[in-house]
Design a protein around this ligand. Sequence first.
Ligand code: ATP
Ligand code: LTN
Length: 356
Amino acid sequence: MSEASSPSSAASGTATPRVFSGIQPTAGSFHLGNYLGALRQWIAMQDTHEAFYCVVDMHAITVAYDPAALRVRSRVSAAQLLAMGLDQDRSTLFLQSHVPEHAELAWVLGSLTGFGEAGRMTQFKDKSAKQGTSGTTVGLFTYPVLQAADILLYSPEPGEGERDLRVPVGEDQRQHLELTRTLAQRFNHRFGDTFVVPEAHIPAGAAKITDLQDPTAKMSKSASSPQGIVDVLEDPGPMRKKIMRAVTDTGTDVRYDEENKAGVTNLLRIFSALEGTPVADLEGRYAGTGYGQFKKDLAQVVLDTFTPIRERTHKLLADEQELDRLLAQGADRASQVAARTMEIVRDRVGFVGRGR
Ligand code: ATP
Ligand code: LTN
């Protein structure tokens, strides 16, 4: 029988459905794909869930990077999330490296992960191909195990109320979420019921926003060309230009057709998600007007969404001390949950408790 009981449901002691998600601070700004695929869901879910959101700086060091840039980007990432509406009073936002239990649980889960199983992760295959053999690190290989640890540390308590752990992410993270679920089940099977098996929360319409210049590829911080990506923090002029110059297709009708009209379809998805208007209504509104008016209006909708976020981000960054104070507050709250989970995990896997 275990010496410790189960992880408590956060500091409050109540059983509320939990949400956990993370994002890497790998660029100077988040982009439209991040916003629609994941971050907008983060904001909405803080009102219905007990929410933990993490800027995963430890994941960001698995590829070549510059330490000074990482420090800047971690703060810029946190500031953007707050500017988008994350509220430290309604959710918990923190930096991964402030809570060392993430690395500790990753070690335990890594010892339950098959080498071949980790080798099948498509994101690893893509990223290692880009880095080349000499640039591919063991950290990049075990990246999904650290991601599993991020999530499972915030697993709510067994046997008490609703045990629900949701992870809002874009479509590209589905395979990592599957691995996380497998590892939770494997741990539970081997050591007794400890972790909730988490559910991916993938938005229906906007799970994959594509590159404005190559509408068959994902809009991506690392892979898209500057013209293909709309940054949240981008100035209005270039932002408008990029949308006006987005690749469309031959023909003139604004019609949703993934196969033959990938460019227009991507723009329709963006428009629909940002304005909250069904795609069919947009098709009706722009019937016969051509692409020009459609893109002009879309550019305005994008600007209206991101301008206030950009302005708030700059304000937050102007007071670094206050931003760091908010992040310390988040780390304190996350640490309480993470420490409790690790206490149970250490016990279950057979480590001797430290005497007092
Ligand atoms: P990288 O190119 O460095 O892998 P990225 O641009 O793909 O970065 P991530 O940091 O990997 O962005 O993703 C952050 C979140 O945004 C994830 O939940 C991911 O699923 C989501 N996301 C990223 N790109 C898109 C996209 N084009 N459409 C929808 N969601 C996306
Ligand atoms: N791998 C993810 C980022 C990430 C994450 C997480 C997402 C790290 N840890 C935990 C959800 C939950 C990505 O590349 N977007």
